[in-house]
Ligand binder design. Structure first.
Ligand code: HAM
Length: 422
């Protein structure tokens, strides 16, 4: 016989258990409700894609592609990657299914697990969940601001406050080349001070130096040219009109000219919503425009913008604020004796089919121990059914929170619960 072995979840991957799983559910339901009101529709791409899809869109020289992808060969020898983010898959799907033939703008939202082989730490996992959304076919800056307004409503509905919105614009393919040249000029005599990765980034994509977390590189780039000083007229106007619309919505924000984001596909508007309660991994939501990606994936020239919210970080904030979404049973039915048991389980079954959460006591246990369990599971109402109740056709209800009680007919339990629920 083989010896027993205790298994543990993989490092950086976690089980989501009650009560936290209820906060997840509440977060997803809130997102669905708010996003639906803004015209977003659900989309569910697969969690694995051709590796090249991510390499091309996220960028070969990003941390995600260089170090963090869960990549493997399938049985046919094709390189496959567990999605590190959702945007690339949604864009692939948009192009593959010709969704651009539908009226613009097309708005989609999704939620699900993402995979990045990062060093696990508080707020940073290897399997984490995102709730994300993407909009296709809206070039105007009002859409960028509307997205932030929607996010503000979503986070406010969850009672999350004390969050900061940071915005920037990283230009477009018209103004980016000149900015890259300015960066190359700036870093040319400082290359020796950069980390090994950034020395390489200098040659392949100097913009990525601006996203490096190594302390030495952060210090060197302090005086680096700012992208906002190199905007073309269209980018400048887009950024100004975006900010004017934010102000019109009454949204408070900071322009962070140093923010570049860690993915290569962005153009123009980028943003992050951060919390100072989360330590180093403080971004709760992040996103931006990616006006070139649909075309790069073989679709028509289509402007696009999106975001993703980190579920674990939202739930961490909800826990800190003392939020609870743990539901409890509507009713607990204690059963005393054979006859009561036969009748009681039918009553419970009927109530359950009508949508009430009903827990049944163990008929072989004493009334005292059944009542202890009713208390432990925090049932709202308790009904004790024994021979006496079967004979009389009446049953006593008891509300556990305030010990109030009364008598109703056995056949009236549904009406009683429905009345109290309403
Ligand atoms: P991202 O900034 O890589 O953007 O991730 C978005 C959010 O996912 C982060 O702000 C954070 O809350 C959460 N997150 C990322 N990595 C981890 C991790 N290792 N552990 C826990 N949470 C994490 C994107 O993924 C883009 N696809 C967003 C986007 C959509 N841009 C346009 N459309």
């Amino acid at each position: 016989m083989s010896s027993s072995r205790e298994y543990k979840a993989l490092k950086g991957m976690q089980d989501v258990l009650p009560p936290n799983s209820y906060l997840w559910k509440k977060t997803e339901e809130t997102a669905e409700e708010i996003f639906t009101a803004y015209g977003y529709r659900p989309i569910r791409p697969p969690i694995a894609e051709t590796t090249d899809l991510f390499t091309r869109s996220i960028g070969e020289n990003t941390d995600i592609v260089e170090k963090e992808m869960y990549t493997f060969n399938d049985k046919a020898g094709r390189s496959v990657t567990l999605r590190p983010e959702g945007t690339a898959s949604v864009v692939r799907s948009y192009v593959e299914h010709h969704l651009y033939t539908l009226p613009s703008p097309q708005k989609y939202y999704y939620s699900g697990p993402m995979f990045r082989y990062e060093r696990p730490q508080s707020g940073r996992l290897r399997q984490f969940y995102q709730i994300g959304a993407e909009v296709f076919g809206a070039a105007y800056p009002w859409m960028d601001a509307e997205m932030l307004s929607m996010l503000r409503h979503f986070l406010e509905r969850l009672h999350l406050s004390d969050l900061s919105i940071e915005v920037n614009s990283i230009g477009c393919k018209q103004c980016r080349p000149a900015y890259k040249t300015a960066l190359l000029d700036f870093f040319s005599d400082k290359r020796v001070q950069l980390c090994v990765d950034c020395k390489r980034r200098y040659t392949v994509n100097p913009l990525r130096i601006l996203d490096c977390k190594v302390a030495g590189c952060t210090a060197v780039r302090k005086e680096a040219p700012r992208v906002t000083d190199h905007h073309c007229c269209d980018c400048e106007s887009h950024f100004e009109r975006f900010q004017a619309t934010l102000r019109n919505f009454g949204i408070t924000y900071n322009v962070n000219p140093e923010m570049v984001r860690g993915l290569d596909y962005y153009t123009r508007t980028i943003f992050e919503i951060t919390s100072k309660d989360l330590g180093a991994q403080n971004a709760v939501v992040a996103g931006g425009r990616y006006d070139d990606l649909v075309k790069e994936f073989g679709g028509p020239d289509t402007p696009a913008i999106g975001f993703a919210a980190g579920m674990e970080r939202i739930v961490e904030l909800l826990n800190r604020s003392g939020a609870s979404a743990l539901p409890s049973p509507d009713a607990f039915i204690s059963l005393l004796g054979e006859q009561a048991c036969r009748k009681g389980i039918l009553i419970a079954d009927d109530l359950r089919t009508k949508g009430f959460w009903v827990e049944l006591g163990d008929p072989e246990a004493s009334l005292k121990s059944q009542m202890r369990r009713a208390d432990k599971v925090s049932a709202r109402y308790v009904f004790v059914i024994g021979d006496k109740e079967i004979d009389s056709g009446n049953v006593q209800w008891k509300k556990l929170s305030d010990a109030s009680q009364g008598l109703i007919s056995l056949s009236g339990i549904y009406d009683f619960l429905a009345d109290k629920a309403g």
